[in-house]
Design a protein around this ligand. Structure first.
Ligand SMILES: *Cc1c(COP(=O)(O)O)cnc(C)c1O
Length: 364
């Protein structure tokens, strides 16, 4: 058998290509919204010291329920929101992408649908597809915000089993107010019941207050967060959800046993002890974002208001060609498939300067 076309894979996978940003060898890589700052040496040393006993115990399976880690995550969320939380209301997996996959395995699936407000994070739609969940794309407003009236109408029309909200939204950067989250939750339940997944991957960067406290009296609202962005641990693969204990019980029906490795649990535990120090970089990143926005506007571009560690900029007559030219000038940005727009992640000041020099000369 020579190629994938010859394989007896599921019909709905035929002809597709794998999701992911192109991997191109360009000096400055501002295309996957990573945190540009590596872990400090002192923390690396502390992680290494803690890993000794963990590595000696690798003949044993890890804690299947990751109780110590979930307890630390509960404390971390509590510190950020003031909401007292038990570890029974937290679940962790290999990146928030895996958490979302587990949620769709439990709440979506064949014969069910998930609705998202697009353009948004394409992985939501990808996970819907791979779990056999039908996908409904509802539009955002012209300025990429979520219009409450239009969105309520879309939910009432389609009566989805799962609704995705992303705050701040990727790739557009818009925040989402708790009032809007609450209104759309109510609409989803009026048409539902439906699980409402609020993806807060960029919560550490946002000005708008988090809608997480709304979980208190909304049993079908689940907030998904990650250590990949604000905390700068994309390589670790650690994400989590905050919801009711019943939702945590539900994902445990579909999770693979021992899905989170012992080293990952141990590293995350040590990192969380130092979360406040790591989050000090967030201020540097948002200050750089604001500098990039000013420079882009001064160079004649439009930007969408961003509450995250990236900026959507345009408009281009030919965004593919603009992407190629910026790449050729040494900065890799993201073509997220939003017509006329591209997205750039905030890097270090030096990286951002390379990007800004690349776009200063007018592009198509
Ligand atoms: C980056 C990102 C994630 C993070 O995924 P991980 O699997 O936790 O690395 C989740 N949601 C959105 C919207 C993102 O942009």
């Amino acid at each position: 058998m020579a190629s994938i076309e010859d394989l007896p894979i599921r019909t709905e996978l035929k002809g597709l290509t794998a999701y992911g940003a192109p991997r191109i060898d360009v000096p400055v890589r501002l295309h996957t919204n990573e945190n540009p700052y590596p872990l400090p040496d002192g923390l690396v040393d502390e992680i290494l010291a803690g890993l000794g006993p963990v590595l000696r115990g690798l003949n044993r399976y890890p804690d299947r329920d990751a109780v110590a880690l979930r307890t630390a995550l509960a404390k971390h969320v509590e510190a950020g929101t003031g909401l007292p939380l038990s570890e029974r209301r937290i679940w962790a997996a290999n990146g928030s992408n895996e958490v979302i996959q587990q949620l769709l395995q439990a709440f979506g699936g064949p014969g069910r649908t998930a609705l998202g407000f697009e353009p948004s994070y394409a992985v939501h739609r990808e996970i819907a597809r791979s779990t056999g969940t039908g996908w409904i794309s509802a539009p955002r407003a012209e300025d990429f915000t979520v219009s409450v009236d239009a969105s309520r109408a879309a939910i009432a029309e389609h009566r989805p089993d799962v609704v995705f909200l992303t705050a701040p939204n990727n790739p557009t950067g818009n925040g989402l107010s708790p009032d809007t989250v609450s209104a759309l939750y109510d609409a989803a339940q009026a048409a539902g019941p439906a699980l409402v997944i609020l993806d807060e991957a960029y919560v550490d960067f946002q000005r708008t207050p988090s809608a997480l406290p709304l979980i208190e009296d909304r049993p079908l609202l689940v907030v998904v967060r990650t250590l990949s962005k604000g905390l700068g641990l994309a390589g670790l693969r650690l994400g989590y959800l905050v919801g009711t204990a019943a939702i945590v019980d539900a994902v445990q029906l579909v999770r693979l046993p021992y899905h989170l490795s012992a080293p990952a649990q141990a590293i995350a535990l040590t990192v969380l002890e130092h979360a406040p120090a790591l989050l000090a970089n967030v201020g540097r990143i948002t200050a750089e974002r604001d500098r990039m926005v000013r420079a882009l506007v001064a160079a004649g571009y439009e930007v969408t208001a961003s509450e995250a560690n990236f900026v959507q900029f345009g408009r281009f007559r030919d965004s593919h060609r603009a992407w190629r030219e910026i790449t050729a000038r040494g900065a890799l940005v993201r073509d997220s498939g939003v017509p006329s727009w591209l997205r750039v992640s905030v890097g270090t000041p030096e990286e951002n300067d390379v990007f800004l020099a690349a776009v200063r000369e007018r592009l198509p």
